[in-house]
Design a protein around this ligand. Structure first.
Ligand code: 6GU
Length: 246
């Protein structure tokens, strides 16, 4: 996977990629991140990348020229490599979209700043607009990093264990079960007995039930879309009965 990130704050992107899973993935050649400084494509003595809005009003708008030329400078791995604009107006990014994007060879991410970017860039150059949630960030940089993180961990080989993504929250539409490591007793609190039993089938059942319980308690909205088995349904019924009795 190759990412090209267009931004007026290249160091914001580079800083996050210096450490952690993404840094390791880049070192191993599983992902490549090229950061393009939009300002390098701005004209004039001041290299302005923004200007006042036609029609008046507060705030500044990112000029189309620098972004257009920056996009033009990005080598396309495929003829139809996706150009994504990060904006709160975009479609909400989720795990399903992360999987879909992880199958691309190249993602070109345009980080908007200020009040927005000139509409003609959206019309001429952008394939899709994405948002990471219903709140306003000062720019698309954090959103681009969120997207690259979520997508990269789905690229084959980026995570150590092959199964590590399958058990993640949201992969089957449920939240993850609780995790424990040593010591067996911490501040007087013991690790659930069953996890020490060595009975893998029992452990699997306990974890599944915990996932269902947590999802019911914390994110009942997720249960509508979750992939549930008959066994899951029975567990949920019991959990709901228990809740009614209390
Ligand atoms: Cl992608 N950009 C900005 N500026 N704010 C956001 C966002 C993106 N997603 C949520 N809020």
């Amino acid at each position: 996977m190759r990412y090209d990130v267009l931004t007026i704050f290249p160091e914001m992107i580079r800083a996050y990629l210096k450490e952690g899973i993404l840094a390791r993935a880049a070192k191993r050649g599983l992902i490549e991140v090229q950061v393009t400084d939009i300002r390098a494509f701005a004209g004039g003595a001041h290299k302005n990348t923004d200007d006042r809005p036609f029609g008046g009003g507060d705030g500044m708008v990112m000029k189309p020229g620098p972004i257009y030329r920056a996009l033009d400078s990005v080598p396309r791995v495929e003829e139809n490599s996706l150009v994504l604009l990060l904006t709160p107006q975009g479609k909400r990014f989720d795990q399903e979209m992360a999987w879909e994007l992880s199958r691309q060879k190249q993602l070109i991410l345009v980080c908007g700043r200020y009040e927005g970017i000139d509409e003609r860039i959206r019309e001429l150059c952008v394939d899709r607009e994405l948002s990471i949630g219903d709140y306003v960030l000062s720019g698309g940089e954090l959103a681009a990093l969120v997207l690259m993180d979520a997508v990269s961990r789905l690229v084959p080989g980026v995570l150590g264990g092959q199964n590590s993504t399958q058990e993640d929250s949201f992969e089957d539409g449920l939240l993850e079960y609780p995790h424990y490591t040593r010591p067996r007793v911490f501040m007087g609190r013991e690790v659930p007995e069953i996890l020490l039993s060595g009975d893998h089938e029992k452990i699997r059942q306990w974890r599944r039930a915990q996932s269902l319980k947590r999802t019911l308690e914390k994110r009942p909205d997720l249960l509508q879309k979750a992939q549930l088995t008959g066994e899951d349904g029975a567990i949920l019924e019991k959990l709901k009965e228990g809740a009614e009795k209390q």
